[in-house]
Design a protein around this ligand. Structure first.
Ligand SMILES: [Fe+2]
Ligand SMILES: [Fe+2]
Length: 320
């Protein structure tokens, strides 16, 4: 059995003080939003409780689907690197970036390069891009026993007031080849992406621009599990593919207090095993309970059988 924790959208606090020149762009909107609203939602003590709870459960691997930063300030990438190292080594954590990690155009070396070894593939797979075939090496594939983690980047700078994402044609084509090859070789394919990967799962200004093209590839090639973030709430969907149902599961922000339709911080633990030639995946959800000031059991479900069809709103929001 392979155990995989999923967290997303830590939006690390506190926000470093930006220079005036750093604010002379779209960042000014995010800066005001942080100080007037978001800093009361994203709490370091909540994130610390989530991280400690994950450590207590000792999963073999952790998937982190983006939005570590808030405004993509140079200091945020450095601080996030230090935070990541406190959570675990690059071999144990796989990261894909979110829109807040590409809030504005930032040179690779000043930004995402700080997390590069958390976003690097370790297995050569026919059909997957190698070396400089794609900018920044997405998708990448990490093999952990018979589980393949496939990292996608939907993080691109979006216009003012937008939080959209895009994979691009080359990344989607490379993903198709990668999924097909890994399926033939019998891997449990777990796809990591920041934005909800299917059309209609996010409001248009926050959505993945090429979700239709991604959906077509997923319908054709299948996948055993897709994990995402971005919407800051529990989401559970199923995509029917030629190779069976594909669970698509989104987690709330790992630092967030419940507010409106946003869920309290939570993390998911997936137990993956192969039984009688079929992948069996069980999930359990642990959430922040603000009243108790502690992490508590929230939900358990299976990604095979009738649980797959359960409506997403059956996952309760605990705490406030
Ligand atoms: Fe986020
Ligand atoms: Fe996001």
């Amino acid at each position: 059995m392979f155990t995989l924790a999923h967290i997303t959208d830590p939006h690390l606090a506190p926000l470093p003080s930006p220079s005036l020149s750093e604010l002379m762009c779209k960042r000014i909107v995010g800066y005001l939003s942080w100080h007037y609203r978001r800093k009361r939602i994203h709490q370091s003590r909540v994130l610390a409780a989530v991280v400690a709870d994950i450590a207590a459960h000792a999963p073999e691997h952790i998937a982190l689907t983006g939005d570590l930063a808030n405004l993509s300030l140079a200091a945020e990438f450095v601080r996030a690197r230090a935070w990541l190292e406190g959570v675990g080594p690059p071999a144990r954590i796989t990261v894909v970036p979110g829109n807040h990690d590409a809030y504005v155009e930032v040179p690779w070396e000043e930004g995402l390069a700080h997390w590069a070894d958390y976003m690097t593939g370790d297995t050569r797979v026919a059909g997957a891009p190698q070396g400089p075939a794609l900018p920044r090496g997405f998708p990448f594939v990490r093999q952990r026993r018979n589980v393949a983690l496939i990292g996608l980047s939907s993080a691109v700078p979006a216009g003012w007031g937008r939080a959209s994402g895009r994979l691009g044609t080359r990344q989607i084509e490379a993903l198709a080849g990668t999924l097909a090859d890994l399926r033939r070789r019998g891997f449990c394919r777990v796809v990591l992406i920041h934005h909800p990967p299917l059309p209609g799962l996010a409001e248009p200004r926050k959505a993945l621009d090429d979700a239709e093209a991604l959906k077509a590839v997923l319908q054709r090639e299948g996948a055993e599990l897709i994990l995402h973030g971005h919407n800051h709430r529990h989401m559970r969907n199923v995509l029917e593919s030629r190779h069976g149902p594909v669970p698509v599961i989104g987690a709330p922000s790992a630092s967030g207090l419940a507010r409106g339709h946003k869920s309290a911080a939570a993390w998911y633990l997936y137990r993956i095993r192969r039984q009688a030639g079929v992948w069996r995946i069980d999930a359990s959800v642990r959430s922040w309970d603000a009243g108790a000031g502690a992490m508590v059991d929230n939900d358990r479900f299976q990604l095979t059988g009738p649980d797959m069809a359960r409506p997403q709103d059956k996952i309760a929001d605990v705490g406030a």
